[in-house]
Design a protein around this ligand. Structure first.
Ligand SMILES: C[S@@+](CC[C@H](N)C(=O)[O-])C[C@H]1O[C@@H](n2cnc3c(N)ncnc32)[C@H](O)[C@@H]1O
Length: 169
């Protein structure tokens, strides 16, 4: 499900704060949020976006031809376990891997001061059974950490803006 326009606008704004930033999107989909992210990137910025659905990724690739985007057709679980390159300034975690699963692996790829962004945190009619509990427990987990400063936005689909901090505040 593509992110809404509010989330897109917020992503564009936060990305614009990271000059020459390295951005990671987990779950490209057909590239709607990718296009917003691209809109906030300067010439020196780079976006790595990971998707396991070939058909969706090809839609994004066809519509977003830009030298600053690296499209990765791979399972996010595998990618997160194997990625060893440079860390990122902003992660938009929009798939299970990197959000509800393998959070530590994804968060370890974020630089101190970097943004970790998630949406779809407010109850939706299409949530499967048990998902509300999973969301609540994930939010509690994020709030319990001393290496994260976060704000929960009761706006759009429910967004959390988290910043990684190096030392306990
Ligand atoms: C919420 S949608 C992404 C929407 C997109 N970020 C946007 O805002 O337009 C989640 C995407 O994650 C992809 N996905 C699900 N499981 C995945 C996995 N294991 N590895 C990579 N991508 C996955 C789905 O195919 C889907 O396109």
């Amino acid at each position: 499900m593509a992110s809404d326009l509010y989330t897109g606008s917020l992503l564009k704004t936060l990305v614009a704060a990271k000059t020459g930033g390295r951005i990671l999107e987990l779950g490209t989909g057909s590239g709607l949020a990718t296009s917003w992210i691209l809109g906030g990137m300067d010439k020196g910025a780079l976006l790595v976006t990971v998707e396991n659905n070939e058909m969706l990724l090809s839609v994004a690739q066809q519509n977003l031809k830009d030298y600053r985007i690296q499209f990765v057709l791979e399972d996010g679980y595998k990618w997160l376990k194997e990625y060893k390159d440079e860390k990122f300034d902003l992660i938009f975690a929009d798939a299970m891997p990197g959000k509800y699963d393998l959070f530590e692996e994804a968060f370890s790829l974020l630089k101190p001061g970097g943004f970790y962004i998630i949406d779809d945190m407010l109850p939706q009619p299409n949530w499967p059974e048990g998902h509300a509990e999973r969301v609540a427990s994930f939010v509690n987990f994020l709030e319990s950490r001393n290496d994260i400063v976060l704000t929960k936005l009761n706006w759009s689909t429910g967004i959390i803006i988290a910043v990684k901090v190096e030392i306990e505040l």
